[in-house]
Design a binder for this molecule. Structure first.
Ligand SMILES: N[C@@H](CCC(=O)N[C@@H](CS)C(=O)NCC(=O)O)C(=O)O
Length: 228
């Protein structure tokens, strides 16, 4: 059975969505990142980057959410576009666009808006600007087609859903008005029973929620370890 190392954060939740959509048997293993479980030596053997999600499938280890989505899609043959070079090119482009753009800029926007001891306007504006720009590119594509790649629901839509459902946290409450087409896709996916199960998974476990000094030390080590 697939071991799924997760928390309730956006990157693990997109993998939970795939596991639920595909009906794969999996063993959820909570990693409480606010308590520092991601830095434990046994977990570092699975994910040397000390982040969630990761999976162990027999003797196969996969970490990084978009790599896991691609691995599981190829393993099951599910939630992929047609098997043509054109569709493959689009799939890889949009999946990497989410991995290298949407996710990191959204994460940094949340960080500088909510977690820095000092509010730094330059950093907040840069990451909000870039997150908004990336979501705008997705919205423009979704104005022309129902799903992001081809004409079916794929892992790219799942990867986008993981972050886009949190647009109010990334960009502020009124931001949804700027992305009506993206909102249409997010609402459609969120209404699926598999998405409800993916979001509810974290509630079966007791994760720490306080952003206290222990949590800051575990998740934001640069706050106590200077490299300058
Ligand atoms: N590129 C990685 C990023 C993973 C990541 O940043 N995970 C966050 C949760 S969304 C995490 O583990 N945070 C805890 C920490 O940074 O210590 C992926 O897509 O899986």
């Amino acid at each position: 059975m697939i071991k799924f190392y997760f928390s309730g954060a956006p990157n693990p939740t997109k993998v939970a969505l795939f596991l639920e959509e595909a009906g794969l048997a999996y063993e959820p293993i909570p990693i409480d990142t606010r308590k520092g479980a991601q830095h434990k030596p046994d977990y570092l053997k699975v994910n040397p980057n000390a982040k969630v999600p990761s999976i162990v499938d027999g003797d196969v280890i996969v970490f990084d959410s978009n790599a896991i989505l691609l691995y599981l899609a190829e393993k099951t043959g599910k939630f992929l576009p047609p098997d043509t070079p054109k569709a493959r090119g689009e799939l890889l482009s949009w999946l990497m666009f989410v991995a290298s753009g949407v996710g990191p800029y959204s994460g940094q926007s949340v960080h500088f808006r909510n977690y820095t001891p000092d509010k730094i306007p330059y950093a907040i504006n840069r990451y909000m600007y870039e997150a908004q720009r990336h979501f705008g590119i997705l919205d423009a594509r979704l104005a022309k087609q129902h799903y992001l790649v081809g004409d079916t629901y794929t892992i790219v839509d799942m990867a986008v859903w993981g972050w886009a459902r949190l647009i109010p946290t990334v960009l502020g409450e009124p931001a949804w008005a700027k992305f009506p087409n993206l909102k249409r896709l997010v609402d459609e996916i969120s209404a699926r029973p598999a998405a409800a199960r993916a979001v509810a998974l974290k509630d079966k476990y007791k994760f720490k929620t306080e952003n206290d000094a222990e949590a800051m030390r575990a998740m934001f080590r640069h706050q106590t370890e200077m490299v300058m």
